[in-house]
Design a protein around this ligand. Sequence first.
Ligand code: DAH
Length: 332
Amino acid sequence: MAETQTGESVVGLKDDAVAALLVAESSEQLEAWRVEFLGRKGRLTTVLRGLGSLDIEQRKVAGAAANHLRVELETLFEERQQQAISTRAPAGSIDVTLPGRKSSLGGLHPSTQMIREITQAFNEMGFQTIEGPEIELERYNFDLLNIPAGHPARDKWDTIWVDSESRGDMLLRTHTSPMQARVMETSDPPVRVVVPGKCYRYESTDATHEWHFNQVEGLAVDEGITFADLKGTLYEFARRIFGASRKVRFRCDYFPFVEPGVDMSIDWNGNWIEILGAGMVHPKVLEGVGYDSSKYTGFAFGMGPERVSMLRNDINDIRHFFANDLRFLTQF
Ligand code: DAH
């Protein structure tokens, strides 16, 4: 074993150095290690200096071993230093004495909040909430709703068609009404559902129009459902959302999938504001999904939750809902 006059063996020195290097983590500890082992007065340097006092044969062996160890320790030191740099935050980047900051929690989007309030009002009246596809077939969006190709009513819904090589009848649903047909196709009466979801229209935007928006559709079908049920349900809805004293007005309106059709407005500071379309489900729609229209009747309605929220919260531009501006979103 190569030993110098100081009595320190190269092997023992190596063991000590490697063990100490493994536990050195901070830059201060690494520097202290460097000074202790490789520094000018360090242990390895002392070993190397002591070589001179050995006889020539011993010096050769111990010298080779000590020099080899020096290269080895320098390499290990550099590696450890690199490791420490890559796992350590840059000096001064973290002030551990700072008080903790509150993490900011997200919240529900105002449209989602309104949708939940609306659907909950209907859930409590016995309606079940379901959802449907946003990419829809022409058959459900139009044909089964008594809006055949070429029907002028198709102009009312400016459609974004889906470019597909396999079929030309796919579109982004222009309303949630297609779910009326889908629900009836897969279940027997009685049916009572509300369907919230995104709709899309190929149209230019302004303060009251967006090219994408939400709707909440409603459908109730059973034996003996009358227009009185429609009115009673929608009155109760308006009472829950707008308060007991809010005045409500029904007027005749036209939608191909209902007969008779109406729109419902509420009194807002002396102005009638239309908030939804509704009506008795058209017999052709019932027949289209295989229901016996001499036995079953029903009512349907559709509303825009953003519009309802605009009224309730005094919002003057529907585009705020989708602009992702936190100054707007955090007010809810
Ligand atoms: N789907 C209609 C629209 O987008 C709204 C609507 C009107 C839905 C009357 C209905 C209804 O269910 O009965 O404008």
